[in-house]
Each structure stands twice: as structure tokens, then as C-alpha cells.
Design a protein around this ligand. Structure first.
Ligand code: 3HC
Ligand code: NAI
Length: 696
């Protein structure tokens, strides 16, 4: 019998136990073990069979590493049929998470019991898939079409209590006593002569469903997940459960599953799933690194970022001291935090008590002494090196030994900041993205002297506050902003060479990006970069041979700083913020080209797309070469979680792999020939292209 599935007996009850760490995924040997065990259990003189799992969870789904290849026997559907057709009751005993194929397995059992801490769900949509083992046909028969569409198309996890109320779980059993509870349940239903309840037979079809629910679900999916194919296929399958008999519904599910499975979107989303988990691994980290305790936190600066950073900790119950230079700045910062919470409460996602409880966890202060006992301090003051150094010198005086000192700088040298302290090994960068309480990405900047303990603890803190932490090295802009700088620069060069704003933005938007480079600049505020460039004395101070486009500066000189001032590259409706073409800016662009003696030309959307994407990719290759990112997939994670690149593209480096690095490199070389001032082909890109290799 398979090493990962065992069959034992406790008197009159058969017990099949899956043990396939870490999450009991349905790998080939598990499917084989389940089939064999159920056949054995069926011919035993027992009265019922329990399916239970060892370790931290019930079956968490199909083995995702097996996707993209032909499925080895036994076929999962056949395994499930063996179970469902057992001649005595089968009871799934659920703890942890029964997800995807795990829940589909449980739905083929005749009954389900769970501990209260368990969760169930069909999250396949997040992998660009749909539940492909009957989930789309069985779940609606159990809980109705609307609830099934909500659960499947959004891939949400439902807690055991809600699942019990919905009828997915038949009985909740005492926490920590799952097997005992399942045995008692089994004996009870056998004694009561309960039938072999097959979900598939509950209804021939799901009836009485208003077709409008599917139209509504499609409209929402197209709006909130533009370009994603899987949500629409999930909805189509649930719809099939309402219009077709079970077997035909299953055939429809199979067909749409296969289509998604074989497509590029799912390959990209699976890449992001594994990349996200790989990102928390540091190649040279020793295995036995001890984590430091982070139970209380200090945040310096209650501005745009500081307030949001403090909210992250309060949201997970960690007390925060928020320090400012003046009471009025504290009051202002806290008012913004409260406003954010109250808006969430208005939408029904927090109770008034929760708002107060979270506000209660944030203690405002003007006194550094209050931070003397905290475990981690995150600095978010002005982006100015002398001020940062002054703050870190102060922190070095007051922070307790072992306290992590983090900076939220977006451009400054973390090592230079660390050097003003007597404990550079405790200094690290935590680069949050704006709005800090919303954006999932956290670039964790590893300084030259940052210790493994501090790095590992910061990664753990990221997980605690529900961020995706990606370790990056010290350089101007780290990974995300350093790459975006090249992309935004190409956006401006395209303007002076012949494009108008919409022609620059549309190709990447059509590819799936949340917005194009110019709309992104308008949203972030054009003044931020303008002030930095002014501070650097640009363009006068520009080193010889470098390219510079002044269009952004000229727009700022008119007091147009983007969305917040009602205009930037585009005009924005003051009430709706809807974007409109700005004829005055189009004229400015055309006049600028003339003034600079640039002959405007027609640039097709393919060239626009290539220039923007390859600027990202080429800089990404430099970043890899310099060791600023550990692996290409880390860059992909940064772009998906920090820059609005849809997961179905898999990030810029995965995208490059799909195009073919030889093609990308060839175009980059052509661009460099035409414009050597802004293109420097990365040696790593050249090497991989010549080897016929990929980044990932
Ligand atoms: N297949 C293969 N490996 C998996 C896996 C799966 N279904 N789920 C998790 N893993 C791996 C992870 O890659 C990770 O590996 P690593 O340690 O080498 O990095 C390890 O298991 C632990 O995973 P997490 O770090 O995510 O552990 P957590 O405890 O934080 O979370 C979890 C556990 C909630 C189960 C989470 O792993 C998860 O959401 N997994 C995916 C669940 C899922 O999407 N299931 C549906 C699969 S598709 C399917 O079932 C198709 C079917 O309909 C036919
Ligand atoms: P901000 O100007 O909104 O807030 C800075 C706050 O720090 C102000 O409230 C100010 O009163 C306070 N402050 C200044 N000196 C101080 C001192 N010595 N002690 C205590 N408080 C002090 O700035 P923002 O945007 O919040 O930026 C903060 C840091 O975060 C900067 O390093 C910035 O580069 C970085 N960052 C900003 C992002 C953004 O989108 N705004 C994104 C990522 C990082």
C-alpha cells in the first residue's frame, strides 16, 4: 500500500489516514493509496469508514506541482468514484483546510464532520483554474447556485461554523478530538440507519435559479478581475449545474478545466503561487536561525506612510507607539488612521468596537523614551538623509538591545543609515508600498551588516501583518522602483518621439496592467519626482551622454501634479476622477518635440509595448546580475503585488520567458543601437538568450 495513506480499524470502524506533508496534497501516491484503501475498506466487515489526515491539515487540494504534465494514474475522478460508491457510509473528518480537490474529496464522502477551527473552500480560481473534480457540480447541489458562485468564482475560504450552517459540514466536533468525534458520529448514523448521502444525487439539476445571478457575477468578475479567464469559467460551470444533469455538467466542467489547465494564464498563476512562497526563502540563511520576539512596535512619523504602517500592526493586535515631532502632526496622522477605519466600518467590514479596539492599540507620543521597550521600530520620516541619520542616532540611544531598527526609505542607502548606529546588524529596510495598510508587498532591504536573526524575524513579521515579504539588496530604488524608473522614462521618450499619452498607456493596459505609465504617474503625483529631480539639479547636472525628457517637468511647471490637482498628463473630472484627454497637454508635447528638433513619427503599439516591457525586463536582468534580487521569480512577485501587473501574466520576467529571451535580447540590442543613451543590454539577458535559457 502507498506510504502516504494507511488503512486501520478500530473495531467496527475503518479509518483511512492520509499522511503527505506538508499539506496532504493529492499527489499520485496519495490517489493510489486512497483507491487501494477504499477498495480494502469496502470488503471489510466494518460498518463505516472515516477519511482523516495527519499533520496540520486535511487534504489541501491537488498537487499543484503535477499540473502542466499529463496526469499519472489513478485518475483523481476515478479515485473519487471509488469512494462515493462505497457500500457503507464514508465520513470525512476535517481539520485545518479542506481546499480544492480536498473539499471535492470531502464532497464525495457521504458525511462531513469538522473541528471549529477548520476552513473549507474551492480556491482553484486563484491558480487560474476551476474545481475540476466535481466541485462545480456538487457544491451548488448542496448550498445553492448563488452561494456556490460566490464561493467558487471568488475562491473564498469558509470557516467551519459557516460551512456547518450552509450544510457543507454535517456536524462540528470538539477541537482536538476529531477522530473520537468522527467515530461517535459514524456510530450514531449507522445506528440511526442513515442513508448513504451522495451529493450528486441530491438534485438532478439545481432548480429555481434566476439566470440574472450569473450575468451579475460575470459583470462583477469582468470589472474586478479584468482579463482573468478562470472566474468566468467557474461561473459557467455553476450555471451548467443548473441547466444540465450531473454527468453532462461534469463533462462541461472537465472541458473548461482542461482549457484553463492548458492555457498560459494558469501557468502564470501557478508560477506566482510558488514564487510567493519561494520569496520568503533566503539562500544563505542558516537553518537554525532563532527568531526574535516582536510583540510591540514603534513607528516614527505619522505621515502618509507611518499611519498606514501602524495600522498593519494594530490590525493584527500588536500594540504600536506612533511618534511625531509635534502634537498637531500626531493629531492629523491619527485622524487619517481613524478615517480609514471608519470608512471600512461603513462598508460593514469592521464593527465600531473593532475600530475602537484598533485605535486603542495605537498610542501617540512625542517622547522617544516611550519606545525604549518595544521590539521593533520602523522609521517613516521625510526622505532626507540627514534627518534619517539624526533619527537613527537617537534610536540607537533609546532602543533596547535586540530591538530591530527598520527604515521605510524608498531610495536612500540603508547601509549609510545603519552606519550611524553602533548596531548595524539590527538595521534593515522595510519598504512598504502606498497605501501601506492596503498594498500587500513589502520589500525587505537587507543591509551589508543585517544579521540573519533580524532578516528572518522581519520576514516573519511580514507574514504576521499579512504582507508578502521579498528580500532585496541595497541600491537606488531597490528592485521595484529601480525597474519602474526605466519604464517611466521610456514612457516619456515615446511622447517626445511621436506618441500622445493614450498611445503610450493603452498597450500595457490592454496587456492587463492596472494602468499605463502616464496614468500611473498622474496617480502617484508628478510633483514627487519633479522635486527630486530639482533637488538633484536636473537637467543641468545631467552627466554627458544621458537622455532626459522635460515633458513631465513642463507639466509640473503649470501646477499640474496629476490626479490630485485635477490634471497631469490627462485631465480628471473633479467629482468622478474619470480620465479625459487633455488637448492642452497634447499641444505641449507636440510643441516640445518641435522645440527640441525631434521629428515626430508614427509609433505602433507593438513597439510601445516592447519598449515599456523590455525596459522593465532589461533592468530586471541587471538587478539579478548584481544580486539585488535573489531570483527572477522574486521580481515577478514584486510586480504582481506592488505594481498592478495581473497574476495571469506571471510578472515581467515570466512574461519575458514566454516571449523568448532571444527575441527580447535582439530587440533590446536594436533599441540600444538607436538610443545608446537609454539602453544598456544586460549581460545576463545576453547570456541566457544565447544559451536558449529562461529567467525562471
Ligand atoms: N500542492 C503542492 N504543494 C503545495 C500545495 C498543493 N496543493 N499547497 C501548498 N503546497 C506547498 C507550498 O508550496 C509550500 O511548499 P514549500 O514549503 O516548499 O514552500 C508548502 O506546501 C506549505 O505551504 P504554505 O507555505 O502555503 O503553508 P500555509 O500553512 O501558509 O498554508 C495552505 C497552507 C492554506 C494549504 C496553502 O498552502 C494553500 O492555500 N495551498 C493551496 C491550496 C489550493 O489552491 N488548493 C487547490 C489546488 S488545485 C485543485 O485542487 C484542483 C482540483 O480541483 C482538481
Ligand atoms: P510624509 O511627509 O507624509 O510623512 C513624514 C512624517 O514624518 C511627517 O508627518 C513628519 O512630521 C514626520 N517627521 C519628519 N521628521 C521627523 C522626525 N525627526 N521625527 C519624527 N517624525 C518626523 O512622508 P511619507 O510619504 O509618509 O514618507 C515617509 C517615508 O516613507 C519616506 O522615507 C518615503 O521615501 C517613504 N516612502 C513613501 C512612499 C509614498 O508613496 N509616500 C512609498 C514608500 C516609501
Amino acid at each position: 500500500m502507498s506510504h502516504s495513506v494507511s488503512y486501520t480499524k478500530d473495531g467496527d470502524i475503518g479509518i483511512i489516514t492520509v499522511n503527505n506533508p506538508p499539506v496532504n496534497a493529492l499527489s499520485q501516491h496519495v490517489r493510489a493509496g486512497l483507491s487501494e484503501s477504499f477498495i480494502a475498506a469496502n470488503s471489510d466487515p466494518t460498518v463505516a469508514t472515516i477519511l482523516i489526515c495527519d499533520g496540520r491539515t486535511f487534504i489541501a487540494g491537488a498537487d499543484i506541482t503535477e499540473f502542466g504534465r499529463p496526469m499519472e494514474t489513478p485518475n483523481f475522478l476515478e479515485t473519487l468514484l471509488t469512494m462515493e460508491n462505497m457500500s457503507k457510509p464514508v465520513i470525512a473528518a476535517i481539520h485545518g483546510t479542506a481546499l480544492g480537490g480536498g473539499l471535492e474529496t470531502a464532497l464525495c464522502c457521504h458525511y462531513r464532520v469538522a473541528v471549529p477551527s477548520a476552513r473549507v473552500g474551492l480556491p482553484e480560481v486563484h491558480l487560474g483554474l476551476l474545481p475540476g473534480a466535481g466541485g462545480t457540480q456538487r457544491l451548488p447541489r448542496l448550498i445553492g447556485a448563488q452561494a456556490a458562485v460566490d464561493a467558487i468564482a471568488n475562491g473564498v475560504q469558509i470557516n467551519a461554523k459557516a460551512a456547518h450552517a450552509a450544510g457543507v459540514i454535517d456536524e462540528l466536533v470538539e477541537e482536538g478530538k476529531l477522530l473520537e468525534g468522527a467515530k461517535a458520529f459514524a456510530r450514531k448514523i449507522v445506528a440511526n440507519g442513515a442513508p448513504l448521502k451522495k451529493v450528486r444525487d441530491m438534485n438532478e439539476k439545481v432548480t429555481g435559479v434566476d439566470p440574472a445571478i450569473f450575468e451579475k457575477a460575470r459583470a462583477t468578475a469582468m470589472q474586478t478581475r479584468r482579463g482573468f479567464k478562470a472566474p468566468l469559467s467557474c461561473i459557467a460551470c455553476v450555471e451548467a449545474a443548473c441547466t444540465l444533469p450531473f454527468e453532462e455538467g461534469m463533462a462541461r466542467e472537465r472541458e473548461l478545466f482542461q482549457e484553463l489547465h492548458d492555457g498560459m494564464q494558469s501557468a502564470a498563476q501557478r508560477h506566482i503561487f510558488f514564487s510567493e512562497r519561494a520569496a520568503s526563502k533566503v539562500d544563505d540563511m542558516p537553518k537554525d536561525v532563532k527568531l526574535l520576539d516582536v510583540k510591540t512596535v514603534g513607528v516614527i512619523g505619522a505621515g502618509t506612510m507611518g499611519g498606514g504602517i501602524a495600522m498593519n500592526f494594530a490590525n493584527v493586535g500588536i500594540p504600536v507607539f506612533l511618534l511625531e515631532t509635534k502634537q498637531e502632526f500626531l493629531d492629523k496622522g491619527l485622524a487619517v488612521v481613524r478615517g480609514n477605519y471608519e470608512r471600512t466600518a461603513k462598508k460593514g467590514r469592521l464593527t465600531t468596537e473593532q475600530v475602537e479596539q484598533r485605535m486603542g492599540l495605537i498610542t501617540p507620543t512625542l517622547d522617544y523614551a516611550d519606545l525604549g521597550s518595544v521590539d521593533m521600530i520602523i522609521e517613516a520620516v521625510f526622505e532626507n538623509m540627514p534627518i534619517k541619520k539624526e533619527v537613527f542616532a537617537k534610536l540607537d540611544e533609546i532602543a533596547k538591545p535586540g530591538c530591530i531598527l527598520a527604515t521605510n526609505t524608498s531610495t536612500l542607502d540603508v547601509d549609510e543609515i545603519a552606519a550611524v548606529t553602533k548596531r548595524p546588524e539590527f538595521v534593515i529596510g522595510t519598504h512598504f508600498f502606498s497605501p501601506a495598510n492596503v498594498m500587500q508587498l513589502l520589500e525587505i532591504v537587507r543591509g551589508a551588516k543585517t544579521s540573519f536573526e533580524v532578516l528572518a524575524t522581519t520576514l516573519a513579521v511580514a507574514k504576521t501583518i499579512k504582507k508578502i515579504g521579498v528580500v532585496v539588496g541595497v541600491c537606488d530604488g531597490f528592485v521595484g522602483n529601480r525597474m519602474i524608473h526605466q519604464y517611466l522614462a521610456q514612457g516619456q521618450y515615446l511622447l517626445e518621439e511621436g506618441c500622445l499619452p493614450d498611445a503610450v498607456d493603452a498597450p500595457v493596459y490592454d496587456l492587463g496592467f492596472a494602468m499605463g505609465p502616464l496614468t500611473m504617474s498622474d496617480l502617484a503625483g508628478l510633483d514627487v519626482g519633479w522635486r527630486i529631480r530639482q533637488g538633484k539639479g536636473l537637467p543641468a547636472s545631467l552627466p554627458a551622454g544621458q537622455r532626459y525628457c522635460e515633458i513631465g517637468d513642463r507639466i509640473c511647471e503649470q501646477g499640474r501634479f496629476g490626479q490630485k490637482t485635477g490634471g497631469g498628463f490627462y485631465n480628471y473630472d473633479p467629482s468622478t476622477r474619470s480620465k479625459q484627454t487633455a488637448p492642452e497637454i497634447e499641444k505641449l508635447i507636440v510643441d516640445y518635440s518641435k522645440e527640441k528638433g525631434i521629428k515626430r513619427r508614427k509609433i505602433d503599439s507593438e513597439e510601445v509595448l516592447e519598449r515599456l516591457m523590455y525596459a522593465l525586463i532589461n533592468e530586471g536582468a541587471w538587478i539579478l546580475e548584481e544580486g539585488i534580487a535573489q531570483r527572477a521569480s522574486d521580481i515577478d512577485v514584486i510586480y504582481v503585488y506592488g505594481y498592478g501587473v495581473p497574476a495571469y501574466l506571471g510578472g515581467p520576467m515570466f512574461y519575458a520567458d514566454q516571449i523568448g529571451l532571444d527575441k527580447v535580447y535582439k530587440r533590446v540590442c536594436e533599441f540600444a543601437e538607436q538610443d545608446p543613451a537609454s539602453w544598456k543590454p544586460a549581460p545576463l539577458l545576453k547570456k541566457l538568450a544565447e544559451q536558449g535559457a529562461t529567467f525562471n
